[in-house]
Structure formats: C-alpha cells, structure tokens
Design a protein around this ligand. Structure first.
Ligand code: FES
Length: 168
C-alpha cells in the first residue's frame, strides 16, 4: 500500500513538473515572438517627432512689405506614414530685411484666411475673424494672434522652420 501511494506521489510530481515546464516554455515562446512584434508595431508611434526642417518658401525678392502668399511642400512623418503636403503661408517683409511667415489657418477654427489690401487686414471668411498685418486679432472670435514659423534667408531664398503658436 505504501508503495502504491509513493508511486502515485511520484507520478503527481512528474506531472506537476511537466505542467510547469509547459507553461514556462509557452511563456518563453510567447515573449520571443510577442515582444518584437509589439515593439515593431509601437515604435513609430513612440519615436519622438522629427525636428522641424527648413523648407524653402521662395526667392527673397518675390516678397515685400505687402503680404504675399508663399507655397511650399512640407515633408513630415506621422507615425508610420511619410506625409508631404502642399501648404500656403503668408509672408510679410519687415524693415531691415526681416520676414514674418504666418500659418494660413485662422486661430479660431482653422479656416484659411486672405489679405484684404483695402482694409489692411487679414480676414477669415468663416466667422469674420480679423488680424492686422502683425497677426494681432482686431476683430471676431479668434482667441489668439496668427500662428507663425521661424524664418531664415540663405542664398537669396527665404526658408521657414519651426511652427509657433500665435502669442508665444
Ligand atoms: S475660423 Fe476664422 S473666424 Fe472662425
């Protein structure tokens, strides 16, 4: 009788060992397969966004003190996707050869706006938001001045760089 109980105990011990071994191997295989797959899936989203690049807007000579539209193709990476978008910006030359480049979207709800030379204002058609030539709000619902970009000139070409929220 004691031998039977001992044999049953040994069988339970072996069974327990194999059950633990099975789960240990299953966990190891799951980690070997799962960690790289999850890492590959998440890494683009977790990667810090690239710093803004300098993008050519046009020859310096094509802009002046009167606001002019500048066009540029803006490359960026959104998660897994490389995106290029054609964008418009408003360019104003300041005294001393400095430039201001305004983002072409109203700071209220993002509509594109236009320069009204007679009124000397940027006017947004959506809710009649109005900005002066410095981007300051002078009418309507926009909550802050126009957004703008860093600028530099090099070799007679105007470049736009990092984006800044209006009022900062
Ligand atoms: S989106 Fe420009 S005023 Fe509302």
């Amino acid at each position: 009788m004691a031998e039977t109980a001992s044999a049953a105990g040994a069988a339970d011990g072996r069974r327990g060992f194999f059950v633990r071994l099975f789960w240990a191997l299953a966990g190891a295989i799951g980690a070997l397969v799962g960690v790289p797959v999850v890492g590959a899936f998440l890494s683009p989203a977790l990667r810090p966004r690239e710093k803004a690049q300098w993008v050519a807007v046009g020859p310096v000579a094509s802009f002046g003190p009167e606001p002019r539209l500048g066009h540029h193709v803006h490359p960026s990476q959104e998660g897994w996707v490389n995106v290029t978008a054609e964008m418009q910006v408003w360019v104003v030359e300041r005294p001393g050869g400095r430039f201001v480049i305004f983002d072409n979207h109203c700071t209220h709800l993002g509509c594109p706006y236009h320069w009204d030379a007679a009124a000397r204002r940027f006017i947004c058609p959506c809710h009649n938001g109005q900005f002066d030539i410095n981007g300051t709000v002078v009418g309507g619902p926009p909550p802050r001045p126009l957004d703008y970009y860093e600028t530099k000139t090099e070799g007679g070409v105007l470049y736009m760089g990092a984006f800044h929220r209006g009022g900062t």
